[in-house]
Structure formats: C-alpha cells, structure tokens
Design a protein around this ligand. Structure first.
Ligand code: HEM
Length: 463
C-alpha cells in the first residue's frame, strides 16, 4: 500500500508547533487557519507528540468506530485531582463506569421531562427581566443566557439557586468556575514548562479549584442534613448504587461530578442559544418563520412541554446553529493500540501510530461541502428538518460527541434551548443593537459570539 505522508507546518524540535498558538486568543481559529492551508488532514507536534488534525466529515466517519478510536480526556484536567468527573475521566477509569451507570438514567428524556417546570421557572425570570428593562436597555445576550443556563442546571439537578438574575455581580462560585475554565483553556495549548512559570495564575487556579470543591461539598452536606424526597440528580449521586458493583459514590467523586455538570451543563447551552439568536437576527426571514411557528403552536398563553414537540422549524434552527458554531469545538481521540491499521480516506492511505493524538475540528467537518454543498457556510435551517437530518451520514453532525462518551446532557440541553428560544420569541421582538454586527468569536473552553448586544421589545397581548 502506498502511504501518503500527512502534511503540516514545520515545528521547532523542542516547543513543537505550540509556539504558533501562543498569544492566540482563539486557538481554535488557529487550528482552522492551518486546515485552510494544509487541508482536511494535517499534523502538528505539541510537546513532542504528534497531533493529527482532521476536518472532513468522511474522516470523522472513520473515527466514530469506537473499537479503533477512543476519547482522549482533556489533559488540562487530568493532572492532580484524584476524583475525575465524567467528562475528564478515562473510559477505563472505574470512577467513570460507576458514575456513567448511575447518572445515565437520570439525564434521559423521561427525567428531563420532569425538569420542565424548573426550567420554565428560570426562563420566566429572564422574560421578566427583559420585560421590565425594556428596549432602552442594551443587553449583552451571552451574559443573560449564561445566567439562565447556570441557574437552570443548578436548580434542575441539585435544587440549588444561584439567583443570577437578582444580582449584577456573579456568584463567587461563577468567578471561580470562569477562572478554572479560562486557565484550563490556556493550559491546553501552552507548553507545560511555561504554565509552570505562571505563578500568580497558578495560585489563582488552585484557589478557584478550592472554592469549587468547597461549594460542592457544602451542597452535599446540606442535602444530607436536610433530605428532600425528590428524585433529582443530587439524590441519585448521594443515595444511588451502581447496578454493576452495588457501590455508592464517594463524596469527593460526587463533588467532581457536580462541578462537571455545572461547567459542562451551562457554557455550551448558553453558547448554543446565543449563536442561534445571532443567526436568526442576521437572517431575518428565518427569525420571522421561527416566531410564526411559535405563535401558531403556542399562541399567547403559557408554554407547556407538549408544545415543544411541535416546533420543528425552531428545532432545525438549533441544529443548524450548532452545525455552524459547535460550542464544544473539537473532539480529541486516541488510537486503540491493538487496531492501528492505516486509515484510508478519499482513496489515500495514511499511517497512524498508537502514540498519535487525533483532534477533530467540528466547526470545519460540519461545514464539509461534500455533505452540505457549496452553501455549507450559510445558515439554512431547512436542511436540518427531520427528514434530511435523520439521513445525514454519521460523521456529518457530531456537536454532542460520539459513542459511549457522547454528551450525557443532550436531552437536557435540547429541552432547555428549545424552551428558552420559544419563550423569548413568543414574548419579544429582538433586534441587533448594531445591525451591521459581524460575528467574532470568544473562546474559553467553549466558544460564544463576542459583544453580541441586542434590544428587546415586549410584544402585544402576551400573558
Ligand atoms: C460530554 C457537547 C450540554 C454534560 C460532551 C461532549 C460534547 C458535549 C461534544 C463529548 C466531549 C468529548 O468527546 O470529549 C455539549 C453541547 C451541549 C452540552 C454542545 C449544549 C448545547 C451539556 C449539558 C450537560 C452536559 C446540559 C449536563 C447536564 C456533559 C457531560 C459529558 C459531556 C457530563 C461527559 C460525558 C462522558 O464522557 O461520560 N458534551 N454538551 N453537557 N457533556 Fe455535554
């Protein structure tokens, strides 16, 4: 077999290609720029290890085979902590298996249905705030959606109220979380010895991690002291037993899961809502169509769970926004050492080694013209209506990841995003504060549109 060499930028022997990303505010765009130069498969060398960066749906189609390729947990999270939450643990870590088996049923569609009222509680707080502030107020959309998603995940899964809409300062927990996110993001592209020299950042990082752990432990202690007879996620973690081993989770692991849920469960969904509104507002015919669908399905009264199922077009809008702007921007894979046969795509054969890492740029693979055509970069929700969406090739739309390590919060995120998009379209006319707004990206661990300001006007006759 003829092996095709994988192209890529030349790196310095010691720092590898990390140098070209230092100082980059949005590393993901750096990776995407290299894809524009080197094509859908290229290599970079980080800290002596080769990373193969891929960005086509056809290659992702190969990578979804879990026998050959598995999730590589994020390195920035896996240094010192003993208990790793679902997101950061390796698949063969017994802690992952235990938490996965206990938590999967708690986050399925049946369980999220029961969270609808709590979700609506927080969504109504957003509506009240916008209604009272009125159109004179310039709203940083991403901030309000972040308040909303954080309050929602905390209320629905652990009956904890951050009450973010009632203060202009964010809760200290949120500051700590943002700091951990920011620093983890920077560490993931910075050589380890440079990170080690960032003394004040490191001290702050440690302090923030302590705040996260302590807050989580307080919530656990409080629940033990004041038991509630409710089937929420926190009770499942405290009292639930692993069906395989019969064991309950230890507190340190529960705390790690809580932090994981709060982080994984709010940034991504907030970004999804912000991008969706940005695309709707930049493409006014889609906005009007989505709003009309909500008016027809829900009318002017309170929205209920059944209404959400009728919102086919709005569902397609969310899918299309997440296709163009996947808020979790990339998937990392390692190669199963037993199966590292060369991999082939477009009639070329590439050799991979078990030490290689694979990095999938979802923002590129989901804009693959081979699947979506020449208008792949445009916002066209029609292509994401059920019929077409359900027949997409497996590698074409993967914003929630893959296989056993796919997102456990997908039904939750979907219900929340659909509810909030619907309730805001129902109550308000939104417009961009700056009609000529052009998308810029802000990246922490996830991406969001930067400086997206809107104005909202309450519509007539709404309850
Ligand atoms: C995993 C995306 C919302 C909790 C993942 C992964 C992706 C993802 C891509 C896999 C990461 C990988 O392969 O390394 C998203 C997006 C969301 C979202 C785009 C919203 C639009 C949520 C919510 C929760 C959540 C609301 C919690 C309620 C998790 C957890 C994992 C995960 C715990 C790790 C699962 C495991 O490996 O066992 N998510 N997520 N996510 N997500 Fe989400």
């Amino acid at each position: 077999v003829d092996i095709t060499p994988i192209p890529g930028p030349l790196g310095l022997p010691f720092l590898g290609n990390a140098l070209s990303f230092l100082g980059e505010e949005t590393p993901i765009l750096g990776f995407e720029r290299l894809a524009d130069i080197y094509g859908p498969i290229y290599q970079v060398v980080f800290k002596g290890t080769r990373t193969i960066v891929v960005s086509s749906a056809a290659i992702l189609e190969e990578l979804v085979d879990e026998k050959r390729f598995q999730k590589l947990p994020p390195l920035a999270f896996s240094n010192d902590s003993k208990a790793r939450g679902l997101f950061a643990a390796a698949t063969d870590d017994p802690d992952w298996g235990q938490a996965h088996r206990i938590l999967i049923p708690e986050m399925g569609p049946l369980s999220t249905d029961k969270m609808f009222d709590d979700m609506k509680d927080i969504a109504n707080q957003l509506v009240l705030k916008w209604a009272r502030k009125g159109p004179e107020d310039r709203i940083l959309l991403t901030d309000d959606f972040t308040r909303l998603t954080l309050d929602t995940i905390a209320l629905c899964t652990m009956k904890y109220r951050f009450n973010s809409f009632y203060s202009s300062e964010m809760h200290p927990y949120v500051d700590a979380m943002m700091n951990v996110l920011q620093e983890s993001g920077s560490r993931s592209t910075r050589p380890a010895f440079i990170s080690a020299l960032h003394f004040s950042e490191n001290a702050k990082f440690q302090e923030s991690e302590e705040i996260l752990k302590k807050t989580a432990q307080q919530i656990i202690d409080n629940r033990r002291a004041n038991p509630v007879d409710e089937k929420d996620l926190l009770n499942a973690m405290i009292y639930g037993k692993d069906p395989k081993t019969g064991l309950a989770m230890r507190d340190e692991l529960i705390a790690a899961q809580m932090t994981t849920f709060l982080i994984a469960g709010h940034e991504t969904t907030s970004g999804l809502l912000s991008f969706t509104f940005m695309y709707l507002l930049k493409n006014s015919s889609t906005y009007l169509k989505a709003q009309k669908e909500v008016d027809d399905a829900v009318g002017k009264g309170p929205i209920n769970l059944e209404d959400l199922k009728k919102l086919k077009y709005l569902t397609a809008c969310l899918r299309e926004a997440l296709r163009l702007s996947p808020t979790a921007t990339a998937l990392s894979k390692k190669i199963n050492p037993e199966s590292h046969q060369p991999f082939t795509f477009l009639n070329k054969t590439y050799k991979v080694e078990s030490a290689d890492r694979i990095f999938v740029l979802l923002g590129k693979s989901q804009r693959d013209p081979a699947v979506y055509g020449e208008d792949a970069a445009e916002f066209k929700p029609e292509r994401m209506l059920d019929e077409d969406f359900n027949t997409l090739p497996d590698g074409a739309w993967k914003p929630f990841g893959n296989g056993v390590r796919a997102c456990i919060g997908r039904p939750f995120a979907w219900q929340e995003a659909l509810l909030v998009a619907a309730i805001t379209l129902q109550h308000f006319d939104l417009r961009l504060d700056d009609p000529s707004y052009e998308l810029r990206i802000k990246q922490t661990l996830t991406i969001k549109p930067k400086d997206l300001y809107v104005r909202t006007t309450l519509r007539d006759g709404i309850d």
